[in-house]
Design a binder for this molecule. Structure first.
Ligand code: WT7
Length: 635
């Protein structure tokens, strides 16, 4: 029996039991059999969740790009590694073989070195979904630089915060990007951000849309001429297992995003192992994940996991609605995609367009369908299952987080019977548990609780960049000796997990993880605003949309409220990004507060969700009278 490739349910249970009984042996076997090491580990695992301190494969030496690229060159040099599908369907797709990828990554890595980047330096990557993004990521990993990819939909303020937090020396960007029929001035956004970033002394610019941009003398350089001169071979930096591989920011409950730090060996082993099993990838398959590499899904399951398995991974630059709502299905047909991994929000948006755009295309190549990013509702699950998978392709509803690095709870296709809206069973090595609010572990089935993980897994984030205390406070202090996910979950009678949603101040809008605090901070920047509170409410396509309660400084504000609403959304766009715009803004005289001054979001949430029949305990409210006023004026 091979631990590496699970094919039946009994096999899953066997492997799972082994992974829990003897985790170190289990992971050691996986690591030994499937990767190239310059030197193997002295110790598989050491851990202490009270510090918290977790180390996997300590003492091992490796380079992840050797595992993702070089080792495939002997057998698979001419196999397509990255299949790039441009925004414009009339522009030709580009197929990059493993050999070509090797050359491109080496050249880029040499450019980074010539530009003064060395092991441990942080490099910010702010690029659209073009091959250079994947190449830049791998080039950093080649030389041991720590990449910090910032999703190219974030605003200049959000970009600047992230650049400064990890003191990046360099930014890699492009002149602009295509997004459906629109273009976005990425370089302009970078220029604005860098006005507040003294740490950056070099900007490498990829030419993508051929727009006229400003190049700041002494700081900005076009990438292509440097690549043209660069050597095609770059010796990989020999990395320690626990050397940081990348930083990726995720929202938190304060205005500062959290720079999650992922390290090299554990991340590689876990993403590769999950990729192989969760998508049942076979050597000739074409795999497509529609996420952006700016998110963890793209890091783990467009770049590292697939490439470590020698897979062909599709990179799509565009959007599902351009030139029409058939685009995803046109790409599936064109490239004969076998595994398709997307988000519930995309499924809902496409389902709304009816079946005509689906039926035009041959989807018979599909074998496995994936879902990630938020709970998938029953209706969307069935639409996906019936119309895209034709009831033949299992849906893997994969639950995980930026912090977990890889997929944690998921069916194994063709092994685990699926159940709509259930992420089902823990992946081998993952020990989930449910806790009640008093800190008791809920051992029975058919219970709801807060989802925690009891034992370390190789790809868990090791810290928050520059703030280990916050890492401890956020994830390891709510429950003793457990990693707290921030999610609620239900466990059914057979032990399947259904993720019910966040139990903290994070709201998932169209699959994007948004903290309420940074949005409220942005709104409060408006000169007319005194205070604000944001909650989520259900939305047909986005899953959740944002509802803002805003107190104006001057209650007699004479300006038109609609204008103020526009201005508030403008400020949010500038500070956080357009994804965080509010769908509804209610101006109110007060916010329900406890005696200690905390906003009772529970009540605001109920009002926004039109669920006011029972507001729960309001006895601790300082100002119960505002509740009625808010209800009377709610949308
Ligand atoms: C949060 C993490 C991990 C990749 C993308 C999101 C929610 C994620 C599922 C799922 C229900 C899910 C959770 C989680 N989430 N996948 N299959 N079912 N909820 O990464 O931005 O770090 O967000 O997304 O609430 O905590 P992220």
């Amino acid at each position: 029996m091979s631990n590496y490739h699970i094919k039946h349910l009994e096999e899953y249970y066997q492997v799972y039991r082994k992974s829990v009984r003897a985790p170190e042996n289990f992971w050691e076997e996986v690591a030994e059999e499937h990767f190239l090491w310059y030197k193997k580990w002295d110790n598989v695992l050491s851990w202490d969740f009270t510090k918290p301190d977790v180390k996997w494969f300590e003492g091992a030496k490796l380079n992840i790009t050797v595992n993702c690229i070089d080792r495939h060159l002997t057998t698979n040099a001419d196999k397509t590694a990255i299949l790039f599908e441009p925004n414009d369907p009339n522009e030709e797709a580009e197929s990059i073989t493993y050999k070509q990828l090797h050359e491109r990554v080496c050249k880029f890595a040499n450019v980074l070195k010539h530009q003064g980047i060395s092991k441990g330096d942080r490099v910010c990557i702010y690029l659209p979904m073009i091959p250079e993004l994947a190449v830049a990521v791998l080039a950093c990993a080649r030389i041991g630089a720590v990449h910090s990819v910032v999703f190219a939909g974030f605003s200049s303020t959000a970009l600047a915060t992230r650049i400064n937090d990890s003191a990046c020396k360099m930014v890699i960007t492009s002149d602009g990007s295509y997004r459906g029929a629109k273009t976005i001035d990425l370089k302009g956004i970078v220029d604005e951000a860098l006005e507040d970033c003294s740490c950056v002394d070099r900007v490498l610019v990829v030419k993508r849309i051929h727009s006229k941009i400003q190049m700041k003398e002494g700081r900005d350089v076009w990438l292509q001429p440097l690549l043209d001169k660069a050597d095609t071979d770059c010796k990989p930096e020999i990395m320690d297992a626990e050397d940081p591989l990348f930083i990726l920011y995720t929202s938190g409950s304060t205005g500062m995003p959290k720079g999650m730090v992922h390290t090299t060996a554990g991340y590689m082993v876990y993403t590769a192992y999950t990729f192989k099993n969760v998508f049942q990838y076979k050597p000739e398959d074409i795999y497509w994940c529609t996420a952006d590499i700016g998110w963890i899904t793209g890091h783990s399951y467009i770049v590292y996991g697939p490439l470590a398995n020698g897979a062909t991974t599709v990179m799509f630059e565009g959007v599902p609605s351009y030139p029409d709502y058939g685009r995803f299905w046109q790409i599936v047909e064109k490239h004969k995609v076998n595994q398709f991994y997307t988000a519930p929000t995309a499924i809902r948006a496409l389902a709304k367009e009816g079946l005509e755009p689906v039926e035009k295309y041959d989807l018979s190549s599909l074998k496995v369908l994936g879902s990630v990013g938020e709970p998938i509702n029953e209706e969307a699950w069935h639409w996906y299952n019936d119309n895209i998978g034709k009831k033949q392709s299992p849906i893997v509803d994969t639950w995980w987080q930026t912090e977990t690095g890889g997929i944690m709870i998921t069916p194994i296709p063709f092994a685990t019977p699926t159940k709509p809206t259930y992420a089902t069973l823990p992946f081998p090595g993952i020990q989930p548990t449910l806790m009640d609010e008093e800190g008791n572990e809920l051992k029975n089935n058919q219970v709801s609780g807060r989802l925690c993980i009891k034992f370390p897994w190789p790809s868990m984030a090791r810290t928050i960049w520059g703030n280990h205390q916050r890492y401890k406070d956020t994830y390891f202090s709510t429950y003793e000796n457990k990693y707290f996910t921030g999610d609620g979950a239900f466990r059914d009678e057979v032990g399947y997990y259904r993720i019910t949603g966040r139990v903290d101040d994070v709201i998932i809008v169209s699959g994007h993880n948004l903290g309420t605090a940074p949005i409220e901070d942005a709104i409060n920047e408006h000169p007319a605003v005194a205070e604000s509170a944001i909650v989520g409410f259900p939305h047909d396509i986005k899953g959740n949309a944002l509802y803002g309660y805003v107190i104006l400084k001057d209650v007699g504000e004479t300006r038109r409220h609609d204008n103020l609403r526009k201005e508030i959304n403008q400020i949010i766009t500038e500070h956080v990004g357009p994804i965080a715009k509010l769908d509804k803004i209610q101006f109110t005289k007060g916010l329900p507060k406890t005696r200690s001054g905390k906003i009772m979001r529970r009540i605001l949430r109920k009002i926004a969700c039109k669920d006011t029949s029972n507001l729960g305990d309001t006895s601790t409210l300082l100002n119960p009278e505002v509740v009625k006023d808010i209800m009377d004026n709610a949308f």
